[in-house]
Design a protein around this ligand. Structure first.
Ligand code: CO
Length: 460
């Protein structure tokens, strides 16, 4: 019987995709023990937007959350998502920061780090992969799936081999936009499985209604690991449902190792929470529906809704078709970067500006300028030479890795935080999200004082 491993995403991606990562630890805590014994390959529970959200909205220390999850889940591997040299944000960090972040993530409980770069520039994941391996954890090298005239089976297989050669233990095909069709997924997994030796994981979203079918076909093609979310937090912009996939796969004779009775208990728990977030508006029912439009436009759902909101704000929704056509041209001008954050927003905003100004590249955002300068990494294809000239003049773009131009950051931050930070974890929170972390430290200090006076009054 073939074995398929299941990564449960409710704590990270489902939480992030459906309710903007607003799930507090108190909602998670009571069910962790059951989740630990359900038989998942891993629990995706940290990284991505969870870190920022803890500090910004939930008044939680993200590191403490991780340690608590680890304490409650000693048997299941804990997994996080890491944006390579960007860590959890969009700017590049120097190598010493990346290494310390990876090391502390593993020390605090992470077993598997899924590492990707938005441009699929392997140089931007190398250091994080290297440190993960040095820490004795599992590095999952990741391909961002995208559709363009220059991305094809051959280019993805080449990339897969490059990533495998870094020494990663697994390879992930990450379809963040949920645009990978069952046929494309089948052919891609098949081609990659024929070319690499390590297990292949598939990550997709149900946004366009393709997710369930795509995962099934990917399993048929030989995928070893799939990402799913417990059904009350599945579907729409989240992952396909865990219970549905297990049921289907077991009928086809696959062994998932996941206990369906445990799944039911886990789902019953999150069902109650879903009701709450539906009622208070945190969960918008629209995100649970099928957005087949994105199949026609071949752009991520989030990008389409951003464009529409942007045009609506300027009373120009009638220009949507023009902007979508211009999006294709800007995408090409930029050398076909995968349309994921932040490139999806950058390309969309530039396209809207080109149409609304009545002149292409009359206004150019600083992000697009930095991208053309090479600060995000190497573009997958060629950047339009005329646009390059327009932006850079006679300057040359970076050919080195952008992080090589950065000064080390850990010692500097440690000094800045003397008397404020109580650990390297604090220092890393500050480096990643300075404003949010500073606010958080202040509130934590207040709480400590309050606890102290409370204790004194008790003694009295
Ligand atoms: Co995702």
């Amino acid at each position: 019987m073939s074995k398929i491993s299941i990564t449960e995403t409710v704590l990270r991606d489902a939480n992030q995709s459906l309710i903007a990562t607003r799930m507090p630890f108190s909602e998670i805590e009571p069910i962790l023990g059951k989740m630990d014994k359900a038989g998942y390959y891993s629990l995706e529970c940290w990284g991505g937007a969870t870190f920022d959200s803890c500090l910004r909205y939930l008044d939680e220390d993200p590191w403490e959350r991780l340690r608590k999850i680890k304490a409650a889940c000693p048997n299941t591997k804990l997994q996080m998502l890491l944006r390579g040299q960007n860590l959890l944000g969009y700017k590049h960090y120097p190598d010493d920061v990346v290494r310390l972040f990876v090391r502390k993530s593993v020390e605090n409980g992470i077993d598997i780090i899924r590492i990707f770069d938005a441009l699929n520039d392997v140089r931007n994941i190398e250091v994080a992969v290297d440190e993960t391996l040095k820490c004795g954890a599992t590095a999952s090298g990741t391909i961002c799936y995208t559709i363009s005239p220059i991305h094809n089976l051959e280019s993805f297989v080449k990339l897969a081999k490059q990533i495998e050669s870094l020494g990663v233990q697994t390879l992930c095909i990450k379809d963040m936009a949920g645009i990978m069709s069952p046929k494309e997924g089948y052919e891609l997994v098949k081609a990659i499985k024929e070319s690499v030796k390590i297990p292949v994981a598939v990550h997709t979203h149900s946004t366009a209604g393709l997710g369930f079918m795509t995962l099934l076909k990917c399993v048929e093609a030989g995928a070893d690991i799939i990402d799913t979310a417990v059904s009350s937090f599945a579907g729409g912009t989240s992952q396909p449902a865990t219970e549905t996939m297990i049921y289907t796969l077991e009928q086809f004779g696959y062994e998932t190792g996941v206990d369906r009775a445990a799944c039911k208990k886990i789902n019953d728990h999150f069902k109650k929470y879903r009701k709450e977030v539906l009622e208070d508006g945190t969960l918008n029912p629209l995100v649970l529906s099928v957005q087949a439009d994105i199949i026609n436009y071949q752009i991520p759902g989030g990008m389409l809704s951003n464009l529409m909101a942007q045009l609506e704000a300027q009373n120009a929704l009638d220009k949507l078709d023009d902007v979508l056509k211009e999006t294709e041209r800007v995408h090409k001008d930029m050398g076909y970067p995968p349309l994921v954050t932040p490139l999806s927003q950058m390309v969309g905003v530039q396209a809207a500006s080109n149409v609304l100004a009545g002149e292409r590249y009359k206004n150019i955002s600083s992000e697009i300028k930095n991208y053309v300068r090479g600060e995000y990494g190497r573009a997958p294809g060629e950047i339009n030479p005329d646009i390059k000239k327009l932006i850079l003049g006679d300057d040359e773009p970076y050919t080195c890795r952008f992080a090589d131009t950065l000064e080390p950051g850990v010692e500097k931050a440690r000094k800045e935080l003397e008397g404020i930070a109580s650990s390297d974890e604090d220092v890393l929170s500050y480096i990643a999200f300075p404003t949010q972390a500073t606010e958080f430290f202040k509130k934590r200090e207040e709480r400590k004082k309050n606890t102290f006076s409370y204790r004194i009054s008790k003694i009295d």
